[in-house]
Design a binder for this molecule. Sequence first.
Ligand code: FAD
Length: 292
Amino acid sequence: MLIDRIEQAENASLKEFSSIRIGGRAKRIFFPKNEEEARIILRESLERGVMTFPIGLGSNVIFSDSDLKHFFISTNNLKKYVIRQVNDEYYIDMLAGVSFKTIVSIVKRLNLEGFENLSGIPATIGGAVCMNAGAYGTEIMDLVQKVYWLDEKGDMVEFYHQDIIRSYRYSQFQEGGFVYRVIIKLKKSKKEIKKVIKEHLLERNRKQPLDLPTSGSTYKNPLPHYAGKLLEEVGFKGRRIGDVGFSSKHANFLVNYGDGKFADLIRLLEKAEEAVFKSTEIELEREVKIVE
Ligand SMILES: Cc1cc2nc3c(=O)[nH]c(=O)nc-3n(C[C@H](O)[C@H](O)[C@H](O)COP(=O)(O)OP(=O)(O)OC[C@H]3O[C@@H](n4cnc5c(N)ncnc54)[C@H](O)[C@@H]3O)c2cc1C
C-alpha cells in the first residue's frame, strides 16, 4: 500500500504533540514530505472512513487521554520556504510546517514589517492559517496572499486572500482538508523591527504562564467582553481540578501542573462555562480544539 511507505509513527504518545502535554496514544501519525504524500493520506482516510487531524506545534489542541484512531498528519517534515522580493515587498512562500520562529528570524534579518505583532505566538503557518491566529490587532490572514489547500479528496485548491472565509480565530480551513502551502506578503520597514519584536516578547512573558505546559487561550473573547476577565469574575482564575487549572497569571490559559488528566480538564471547562453563563448569560465558545 502506498500509504504504508509514508513516514509514520504507530501508537505514538499524543502528549508529545500537544503543548499542554495531555493525551493518549495515536494509532497512526503520518509525517508527509510532499504534496503527493499528503494527498495519499487524505484519500486513504476518506476511503476508509477515518477522520484526519492535522497537527502543527499542537499549541491550541487538547487530546483525550484515551487511544485515538484518527489519521493524524504532522507537518514536521514540511518546513521548506523561499523568499521573493519585488521592490520593497517580500513574499515568503512556505510549506505548512514552517514555524513563526522561522518567520520571525527572517523578518528580523531583513527588517520587514507586518508580522511583528504576531511574534511570540507558538505556531506553524498551517496551524495559524487554520486558526486565523492573531495578536495586538493583526491577524495572520491580513498578511496571507495565497493558500494552497488539499480538500478531503486530496485535490489541490488555491485561494487568494480575498476568497478566504475567515473571522476572529476562524477560517474555512477548520472545516477539514489540509493547508499545504501559504504565501504571506511583508514589506521593508523604516522602523527597527528587532526592537518592536523584543517588546512584544517581553509583554508576552509578563502576561502569560510560559513556565508551564499550556494550550494558550481556552475561549474566544465574546467581544466586547474578555474571556479571561469573565473567568476571573466568577472566581476561576487559578482554579484547578487535579493537575489541570486556569492559570493564576492569565485566567483564560489552561495549564498542566504535572500529570494533568483529560477528564479533569473537561470537568473544569464545564464548570467554568456554567459559572460564566449563570452570572452573565454569555456562552463561552472554546477556542482550543479538543480531539476525542
Ligand atoms: C503560550 C501560548 C500563547 C499563544 N498566544 C496566541 C496568540 O497570541 N494569538 C493566537 O491567535 N493564538 C495564540 N495561541 C494559540 C496557538 O498558538 C495558535 O492557535 C496557533 O495558530 C496554533 O498553531 P499550531 O501550529 O500549534 O496549530 P495546532 O495547535 O497544532 O493546530 C490548531 C488547529 O489547526 C489545525 N491545523 C494545524 N495545521 C494544519 C494544516 N496544515 N492544515 C489544516 N489544519 C491545520 C489543527 O488540526 C487544529 O485544528 C497561543 C498558544 C500558547 C500555548
